[in-house]
Design a protein around this ligand. Structure first.
Ligand code: ITT
Length: 195
């Protein structure tokens, strides 16, 4: 049975599928209604959701909690990014940043994997800044206003850079290496027991 990614966000799923494919890990979506824990930490939110999801589904799965954290706004919208996006879109965030000189921001992704042994967490960030105006048509969410460090284009203008350096790419990369290694180990042990 393939690994399940519990999410209601089709963009997140598509990105994760493409990233994990590169590690030989295939995933299927699993849509479960889970009430998110309130915390300023993506890792804590993801951990709590993974526990609830595993109790419900009882199959190996992972969840991702992500968000964009703005220095000038003391981390807002952070773990409330999906909610804030629903209320005001990236246009609203740009308005809050009008005239603000400190444009530093970071995207964070926390992956929480759960199976019968418990929950394991992988967290990563992508640093950058908030653009002056929106640009680009690719991606989703805040991609049109986020410029990663070292680039002059937003994630929405430059999908190739997003695929290479994003918070999701980094967190899933760490997870995938651990997951593949774990399954290989399991395979070896089973092999030894048989011989
Ligand atoms: P699930 O919880 O069902 O997975 P969600 O969209 O509600 O889906 P989160 O609670 O993790 O997911 O919220 C993450 C939000 O942060 C997301 O909806 C976007 O607004 C924003 N976000 C996260 N990653 C992003 C990315 O790569 N590009 C643009 N915006 C992103």
């Amino acid at each position: 049975m393939s690994l399940r990614f519990v999410t209601s966000n089709g963009h997140k799923f598509a990105e994760a599928k493409s990233i994990l494919n590169g590690y030989g890990v295939s995933i299927d979506p699993l849509n479960l209604a889970i009430e998110e824990k309130r915390s300023e930490s993506c890792a804590r939110v993801a951990e709590a959701s993974a526990k609830i999801a595993y109790e419900k589904a009882r199959v190996p799965l992972f969840v991702e909690d992500s968000g964009i954290f703005l220095n000038a706004l003391h981390g807002f919208p952070g773990t409330y990014s999906a909610w804030a996006f629903g209320k005001m879109g990236y246009e609203g965030l740009l308005k809050l940043m009008r005239g603000v000189r400190d444009r530093r921001a970071r995207f964070v992704s926390a992956i929480a994997y759960a199976d019968e042994k418990g929950v394991k967490i992988f967290e990563a960030a992508c640093r950058g800044k908030i653009s002056g105006r929106p640009a680009g048509k690719n991606g989703f969410g805040y991609d049109p206003i986020f410029i990663p460090s070292g680039s002059r284009k937003t994630f929405a203008e430059d999908a190739a850079t997003k695929a290479r350096v994003s918070h999701r790419r980094r967190a899933l990369g760490c997870f995938a290496k651990w997951y593949v290694e774990k399954n290989n180990r399991k395979g070896k042990i089973i092999g030894k027991e048989k011989s």
